[in-house]
Design a protein around this ligand. Structure first.
Ligand SMILES: [Zn+2]
Length: 117
């Protein structure tokens, strides 16, 4: 059996950690019905997810990827986290989480229950 390189280990670790992070987010955040908790923690989870991704990007760079990867990863993560925080709304009536895909207007009513957001 072939020995795994450090880069292989970082790659497999990324898959495991990212998968567990996604599962934990689903179980403790998206399935939860506490709207105040979700509103309070959603921005923090977006930032933490971005930092976790950048941590693994750094580990990939330290183990062989070109440092230029950071030139793409850092601004991409920043923009994705910002848009996710800015464009995600939570309905106070039913708890539905909605992502506004239209960057130039806001969502006024919940698409699930019709309540004013
Ligand atoms: Zn609703």
């Amino acid at each position: 059996m072939k020995d795994l390189s450090a880069l292989d280990m970082v790659g497999y670790s990324f898959y495991v950690v990212w998968g567990l992070w996604g599962l934990a987010g689903y179980l403790f955040f998206y399935r939860g019905r506490d709207i105040a908790f979700r509103k309070r923690w959603h921005p923090r989870l977006c930032v933490f997810s971005g930092l976790l991704f950048l941590l693994f990007t750094g580990l990939f760079v330290l183990n062989g990827f070109t440092p230029a990867v950071f030139l793409l990863a850092v601004p991409s993560v920043a923009v994705i986290a910002y848009l996710s925080i800015k464009n995600t709304v939570f309905c106070s009536s039913c708890g539905k989480q909605t992502f506004n895909n239209n960057w130039f207007s806001s969502i006024e009513y919940c698409p699930k229950c019709g309540a004013k957001l």
